[in-house]
Design a protein around this ligand. Structure first.
Ligand code: SF4
Length: 682
């Protein structure tokens, strides 16, 4: 195309929490490419998903373009009026028969802040329940709960730019950064080339191995013991920051007593690592001035996920590395707007901005702002909704842009629950495994067809801009929610996404200074941003912690729920890969990506493969107590002996047929990262 025939629309990548900025290049209402921008988190870089995987799906022929109603087991095209009338009638019926808490909603961590705000308002103000959640429950729920408990804010403490500028040590725990957050992975490599020492604690030999000063290949599910061991060494060597501990924290004595028991010898044995490495890592971390802890789902997706997160903040508090440039505790959020979906109140116990629904003052405030009576009953987490369906406590479910039949653990029990529901609405871009169970399917609008904002992993609110028109009978998602609200007796309307953000700012102190006008004027705002003159917050907890004092939590190590045994002798880990995004409904519709990567596989250690007589590329059957999948073997030394790894993106050999649905009591996250399996030739 000639330059003057195209328009460029500056927006935010929809594929992970890094929040890379780029232009969509548009010709004749078609997106024909992308062009990286110098965003604060990507500095002119993009990964393969941002560069090639973020536009073909927007106008893909598979997009759902009009409402569908299931009649006699078949989906039939319906008008918006028919579909919305049916949804409203079913919601009102169940509200009347069983009360509002018989209805639940899952919001979309891929969609904008504005859509998420309106979705939770629909659930709370119009339907009257706190049963609203988002897929943070499946990834960083423990970060939200854990860091809110110990520090007061459940979010990344520092910014990508400040931790990557001049770190001396990078302490990377449970994160395969180059695959899951590729542009941060590149920045870690660059920091290493400038002299930073990278310490990795991860069960797999991840791609960053060539840049790693030290790799401790810890046994899956042993993060709490590992952190206790690190702290034992720091305290034994007198390297704890006593002034900081005395001036800014509480709970130290209890922690000190507990970690005494976690000697390097004991921890090395629990974690399956070298004792000397543990000692060296602890000394390096404690002595460095600028040493961020960066972690991801290897810490959170455990039955002790919240305790794992609190262990991260324990380590940083011990050496005074919170509220400080180049340090902090930095969870890398997975989905592009999973941070924002939480910030906007798509959580069962939180109004927008983490204002607790259990606080009567908050309830009164939102009742006044929204002109309604609100429920004070604690809502259900998404992982509690499926058992509640099976127990007949939930009758109707509204799912906006999530696919639990593919992405939740132990798919079999999810399918049973979806089948049992009296009424299921799915609002989606494509026909998904979950949508197949719906009574009504509504077409969703993609990120390139709407205005709004995403909040990236470092709490930065960034603009999403409309590049192309909606097709068929697609409508803006927040308009659809407003229509549902109006039809069930709570009239709702917003003029624009900017108008929604104005309402968010009016009820959410941490977003009070955020507006589309400021973002469009070139400002880059990280929450908390409390007024129109506040420039936002790059580093949390500088003067004091959000909760006042930083809280040490003394935590005993507990083994994962399901350990290998004679029948199921291998430990299976799951994880993300570079080319795909979650259930691959978007990246799986990009021709170039599909040519490179389009099927599941299992990584098996070479020693184990030899014992089992399995060859590279051979089809194998992996069985757990919950089910089985068939996939291809990939033999090597990425995983340790007795451990295997599968990605979770593909419908062929969907790993969630076999994962364990046991959850962490504190946050409700399932233990995706550890389950016991056996492997046979297929
Ligand atoms: Fe950036 Fe993540 Fe998008 Fe890749 S997927 S371009 S790292 S935001």
């Amino acid at each position: 195309p000639r330059l003057w025939d195209v328009k460029k629309v500056g927006t935010t990548c929809p594929h992970c929490g890094v929040g890379c900025q780029y232009n969509l290049i548009v010709k004749d209402d078609e997106i024909i490419g992308t062009e990286a921008l110098e965003g604060p988190s990507n500095r002119g870089m993009l990964c393969v998903k941002g560069r090639y995987g973020s536009f073909e799906f927007v106008k893909h022929p598979d997009r759902i373009k009009y409402p569908l109603i299931k009649r006699n087991g078949e989906f039939q095209r319906a008008s918006w009026d028919e579909a919305l009338d049916l949804i409203a009638a079913k919601i009102l019926q169940h509200k009347k028969e069983s009360g509002p808490d018989a209805i639940a909603g899952f919001s979309c961590s891929r969609s904008t802040n504005e859509d998420n705000y309106v979705f939770q308002k629909m659930m709370r103000a119009a339907i009257g329940t706190n049963n609203v959640d988002n897929c943070a429950r499946l990834c960083h729920g423990p970060s939200v709960v854990g860091l809110a408990t110990t520090l007061g804010s459940g979010a990344m403490t520092n910014s990508i730019a400040d931790i990557m500028e001049a770190p001396e040590v990078i302490f990377l725990i449970g994160s395969n950064t180059t695959e899951a957050h590729p542009v941060i992975g590149i920045q870690i490599r660059q920091a290493v080339l400038r002299g930073a020492k990278l310490i990795v604690a991860d069960p797999r030999a991840i791609d960053l191995m060539d840049y790693t000063y030290m790799h401790m290949q810890i046994r899956p599910g042993t993060n709490v013991a590992f952190a206790n061991g690190i702290m034992n060494v720091i305290i034994s060597n007198g390297l704890e920051d006593q002034d900081y501990i005395a001036g800014r924290t509480e709970g130290y004595e209890e922690l000190k007593d507990l970690v005494k028991e976690y000697t390097p010898e004991k921890v090395a044995q629990i974690c399956g690592i070298d004792k000397e490495m543990l000692i060296e890592a602890a000394l390096m971390y404690a002595k460095a001035d600028r040493a961020p802890i960066i972690y991801c789902l290897g810490v959170t997706e455990h039955s002790t996920g919240t305790e794992g997160v609190m262990s991260m903040s324990n380590m940083a508090l011990l050496v005074g590395k919170l509220g400080k440039y180049g340090c902090g505790v930095n969870p890398l959020r997975g989905q592009n707007n999973v941070q924002g979906a939480c910030d906007m109140g798509c959580l069962p116990g939180d109004f927008p901005g983490y204002q607790k629904t259990s606080n009567p003052d908050n309830v009164s405030k939102f009742e006044k702002a929204w002109g309604c009576t609100l429920s004070t009953t604690q809502g259900l987490r998404s992982t509690e909704v499926f058992p509640a369906i099976l127990e007949d406590r939930i009758k109707a479910l509204y799912i906006f842009g999530e696919d639990p039949a593919a992405t939740d653990p132990d798919s079999n029990h999810i399918r049973k629950a979806l089948e049992k529901l009296d009424f299921l609405v799915v609002q989606e871009l494509f026909m998904t495994e979950t949508a197949k169970y719906a009574d009504v399917i509504l077409p969703g609008a993609s990120y390139a067809q709407k205005e709004g904002t995403f909040t990236n992993t470092e709490r930065r609110v960034q603009r999403v801009r409309k590049a192309v028109e909606l097709e068929g009978e697609m409508r803006l998602d927040s308009d659809v929610f407003c229509d549902v609200m109006t039809r069930i007796g709570y009239p709702a309307h917003f003029d624009s996404a900017a108008d929604i953000m104005r309402e968010v700012a009016s009820v959410t102190p941490s977003f009070a200074g955020v507006s589309h006008e400021r973002l469009d004027g070139g400002e880059s705002l990280q929450w908390p941003c409390t007024s129109s003159t506040d420039k936002g917050t790059c580093i949390l907890h500088m003067d004091e912690f959000t909760r006042g004092r930083g809280l040490f939590k003394a935590i005993e190590f507990k083994e994962p729920d399901e350990l290998p045994d004679a029948e199921y002798p291998l430990t299976m880990i799951t994880g993300r890969m570079l080319y795909h995004y979650n259930n691959a409904s978007m990246t799986g519709r990009t021709e170039g990506i599909v040519q490179i990567s389009n099927e599941s596989y299992v990584e098996i250690n070479a020693q184990d493969a030899e014992k089992m007589n399995i060859r590279d590329g051979e089809k194998v059957k992996i069985c757990s107590r919950r089910g089985e999948v068939i996939t291809s073997a990939r033999i090597g030394n990425v995983v340790s002996p007795n451990e295997v790894f599968m990605t979770f993106h593909f419908a062929d050999g969907n790993v969630n047929e076999i994962t364990n649905s046991v959850t962490d009591e504190l946050s409700g996250i399932p233990e995706y990262k550890v389950c016991a399996v056996k492997i046979e030739k297929a």
